[in-house]
Design a protein around this ligand. Structure first.
Ligand code: GDP
Ligand code: MG
Length: 437
């Protein structure tokens, strides 16, 4: 998928203007690429329409090329489609919280149950794993092994009782033993069948889970959509765990499942080990689908050039000697994603990065610098000259730093300003020389 998308989008690179025809033809290729990656065709259709609508109608940002603009939109729409932010577990206000794991055989339910228990245990919860898969030989044993590895108790009643009764008894057991989270591992089938659905419905109505998590193997592509649709319509799932993303899965499943069920993907499995479960980040998944190569660096560059535009505004202020600590703070904010201060200041046209050597600001320091500036009053930020020793003490205290650090920042700020003045003076005199010499 990535390669196809990159090819499709790559064709837009370096063109002066983006016509409706350009958008249409590139979208046709994006569409083929998505379909090839097993994304549900309805999802693809809607996606393409959304992107087209935005792309054709929208103005191209001044600092972006039309191709970059399209990439930005495709990336944003992909992210939107998968939910805007990370989605957490539902905790019951009256413990225990009950989490029901469901899904087809081999999807990763048992493993994920163990991984979840591990995460929750590390958050000072007291989870209990429940063995409700009574069909597959050794399924109970497997959960017990997993439980042992993550040091979480496992409740089981052998394979002679029915899963609904086991689930009910487990919740009672959990209540008595102070377990605040009950994670129920259930059986799967190779294909969806009525018996399995009935059983899960039975467990659901008996223990009313706070979360019903559908575990889906991300390698199953288009099938994942049918599975998700069926489980959701029968059980009303509350979220999805996408497993085996450490393989070469293309992310198409995430895209379709979210769009078709409108239920959030809550976690992703990134390996067989029991600490390899991560919260789902839609933006990262969008990046995965778009690929890490050309396309993303394009967007990055686009955003950098956008910052360059802001830097121009800053330059004006510098030239007119109006640069204050507030501007400094603005800059810090903007460049958090960009890199070290000297590099960012280096983006200001005409400033030589060698001149910035004595600034010596690294990224970790930025946080402390921000704290210091935020502890200054409005007056102090505009006119740092008034910051006397008692003010310095107050600022250091307020920002959780030391007077030495405050002093150092003030000195750096003065030096920056001085250097900027030297630079503008030098430029002026060069211009004069050019004029008269
Ligand atoms: P269940 O039948 O749904 O309970 O699935 P299992 O938990 O038994 O997992 C089936 C297989 O998938 C096992 O070999 C697991 O180790 C493996 N597995 C589960 N999750 C992941 C994952 O995120 N990445 C990888 N690589 N393997 C996984
Ligand atoms: Mg299992």
């Amino acid at each position: 998928l990535s390669e196809k998308l990159q090819n499709a989008l790559g064709k837009l690179k370096g063109r002066g203007k983006l016509t409706e025809k350009d958008v249409n033809s590139s979208m046709r290729e994006v569409k083929l690429a998505l379909l090839e990656a097993d994304v549900n065709f309805k999802v693809v259709k809607n996606f393409i329409n959304d992107v087209k609508e935005r792309a054709v109608g929208s103005e191209v940002m001044e600092s972006l090329t039309p191709g970059q603009q399209i990439v930005k939109i495709v990336n944003e729409e992909l992210t939107n489609l998968m939910g805007e932010k990370e989605s957490k577990l539902e905790f019951s206000p009256t413990p225990p919280t009950v989490i029901l794991m469901c899904g087809l055989q081999g999807a990763g339910k048992t493993t994920t149950a163990g991984k979840l228990a591990n995460i929750l245990k590390n958050q000072d919860k007291r989870p209990l794993l429940v063995a409700c898969d009574i069909y597959r030989p050794a399924a109970i044993k497997q959960l017990q092994v997993v439980g042992e590895k993550v040091d979480v108790p496992v409740f089981s009643m052998g394979d002679k009782n029915n899963p609904v009764d086991i689930a009910k008894a487990a919740v009672e057991h959990g209540k008595r033993n102070g377990n605040d989270i009950i994670i129920i591992d259930t059986a799967g089938r190779l294909h969806i069948d009525e018996e399995l659905m009935d059983e899960l419905e039975g467990i659901k109505s008996e223990v009313t889970p706070n979360d019903i998590l559908l575990v889906v193997d991300s390698m199953t592509g288009q099938d994942a959509v049918t599975v998700a649709e069926t489980f959701n319509s029968r059980l009303g799932i509350t979220g999805v765990v996408l497993t085996k993303l450490d393989g070469d899965a293309r992310g198409g499943a995430a895209l379709s499942i979210r769009a078709v069920t409108e239920k959030p993907i809550k976690f992703v499995g990134m390996g067989e080990k029991l600490d390899e479960l991560e919260p789902f980040h839609p933006d990262r998944m969008a990046s995965r689908i778009l690929g890490m190569g050309d396309v993303l660096s394009l967007i990055e560059k686009a955003e950098k050039s956008f910052d360059a535009q802001k830097a121009m505004e800053l330059e004006k202020k510098i030239r007119s000697q109006q640069f204050t600590f507030d501007d400094f703070l603005d800059q810090l904010d903007q460049m958090k994603n960009l890199g070290p201060l000297d590099q960012v200041l280096g983006m200001i046209p005409g400033i030589n990065s060698k001149q910035l050597k004595n600034l010596n600001v690294d990224e970790k320091e930025i946080v402390r610098i921000e704290a210091i500036i935020q502890s200054m009053t409005k007056e102090e930020r505009t006119d740092p000259a008034i910051i006397n020793s008692s003010r310095r003490k107050r600022i250091a205290k307020g920002s959780g730093t030391s007077v030495q650090e405050v002093n150092r920042l003030l000195k750096q700020f003065r030096e920056t300003k001085k250097m900027m003045k030297r630079f503008t003076d030098m430029e002026k005199s060069m211009k004069k020389k050019g004029k008269f010499g």
